[in-house]
Design a protein around this ligand. Structure first.
Ligand code: SAH
Ligand code: SF4
Length: 393
């Protein structure tokens, strides 16, 4: 994609032309790490202790050089550096918006590009993390949805985004107080529940008590509504849930979120009601993109309230002004309309703040992420969307 705005190139160790024998330790869970150490000749009796030491260096201190792991004997450090690396995604470009939002274009070892966004606020800093390169779901209002799925991101590529952001923010060693990066949202490119195992593994590494120690209350997973995996996500990952609802009428949701043809609105709301960790203190967020004359009427707002109440969901609504992108087919609702929509929901006792668009000038806002891993024309976008929908029917 065309890059605009000032550039802020972050210098990080690059993972280029890796010798095949040097394996990346980032993204391995403790069991895999233990096995990896044993496989290169570290005695089994030592392995448990070495895992604890290495884990702390990687995830508590952010160290990428084995020679700095001073509580590990020199000969073991040498063995480690002969066989392993502690990688980071390659930074292709890094940009800063006039509102302080930062966007990185990252490249995988096999040459695919994906994006990550950091949104600083007065009281928090949120990292918007990608789970896939592209997406299979083709939501009509989303730029990522115009890409085909290139591939799932691996645990090291997901964890690597947080590691890289912390490198750039100078957040090592990991402290629990005074952090700049306080929240993680799985709201970058891709549908996290369609990359379940890798997302689960990565989030458990990030929540580990001896590492980065992200609280599950500060991580939010956003899904477009993959109903069969939502309860499983609640039990096995346990982070906050956001659901991209976007419409309350079947015909409209079918059009803008084609997955609705597979898992309908009522089914989706039932899955929200069943979500294991949802309670009044940890509400489910319903994301609702405001599209002019499409889903933004008073009747839509009333129906949204009725549905949330019908299913007794401890929920709040996040109204997202539509962020345009080249070739997008929709317009953002007028500001007055969004305010009226929000008021109707608030008056029913449900919170419905309007999300301030961030980073629009560098195409970093919700739904504006796309990489050039596959560049296609607008005509091709329409053709592929039609083809994908035909498959989903
Ligand atoms: N695939 C997941 C998470 C990534 S999208 C999902 O769909 O939930 C993160 C949020 O941005 C979703 O709510 C998505 O619907 C919304 N979004 C997508 N395109 C947008 C656009 N152009 N303007 C505003 N929000 C958008
Ligand atoms: Fe995929 Fe989410 Fe975009 Fe839909 S909104 S196309 S699910 S990334």
């Amino acid at each position: 994609m065309e890059m605009t705005g000032p550039f802020d190139l972050v210098v990080v160790p690059r993972v280029q032309a890796l010798p095949a024998i040097r394996r990346d330790l980032l993204g391995l869970d403790r069991l895999e790490l233990r096995q990896a150490l044993i496989d290169v000749g570290i005695p089994e009796k030592q392995a448990k202790m070495r895992v604890t030491q290495i884990w702390q260096w990687i995830y508590h201190r952010g160290v990428t050089d084995f020679q700095l792991m001073l509580n590990i004997a020199k000969d073991v450090r040498l063995t480690l550096s002969e066989h392993f690396i502690i990688g980071r995604p390659e930074v292709v470009t890094a940009q800063i918006s006039e509102d302080g939002t930062r966007k990185w274009l990252l490249r995988t070892v096999d040459g695919n590009d994906y994006e990550m966004v950091f949104i600083p606020d007065a009281d928090r800093g949120t990292l918007c993390v990608s789970s896939q390169i592209g997406c299979t779901l083709a939501c009509r209002f989303c730029y990522t949805g115009t890409m085909k799925l290139v591939r799932n991101l691996t645990p090291d590529e997901i964890v690597g985004q947080i590691m890289l952001a912390r490198d750039a923010l100078g957040e090592w060693p990991s402290a629990t107080e005074g952090r700049l990066l306080t929240n993680i949202v799985m709201m970058g490119m891709g549908e996290p529940l369609y990359n379940f195992d890798n997302v689960k593994k990565a989030l458990h590494i990030l929540m580990d008590e001896e590492g980065i120690q992200m609280s599950r209350r500060r991580i939010t997973l956003s899904t477009s509504g993959v109903v069969p995996l939502m309860t499983k996500a609640g039990y096995e990952i346990g982070v906050n849930l956001a659901v991209s609802l976007h419409a309350v009428r079947k015909d409209i949701r079918d059009e803008i979120v084609p997955l609705n043809k597979k898992y309908g609105i009522e089914e989706l709301l039932q899955a929200c009601a069943d979500y294991p960790t949802a309670n009044n203190a940890r509400r489910i967020t319903f994301e609702y993109v405001m599209l002019k004359n499409k889903n933004d009427s008073d009747a839509d707002a009333h129906e949204l309230v009725r549905l949330i109440k019908k299913y007794k969901i401890p929920g709040k609504v996040n109204l997202i002004p539509f962020n345009p992108w080249p070739g997008s087919a929709y317009e953002c609702s007028d500001w007055g309309r969004i305010e009226t929509f929000s008021d109707i929901i608030f008056q029913s006792g449900i919170s419905a703040p309007i999300r301030t668009p961030r980073g629009r000038d560098i195409m970093a806002a919700c739904g504006q992420l796309k990489s050039a891993s596959e560049k296609i024309s607008v005509a091709e976008i329409a053709r592929r969307q039609a083809a994908k929908e035909a498959v989903q029917l």
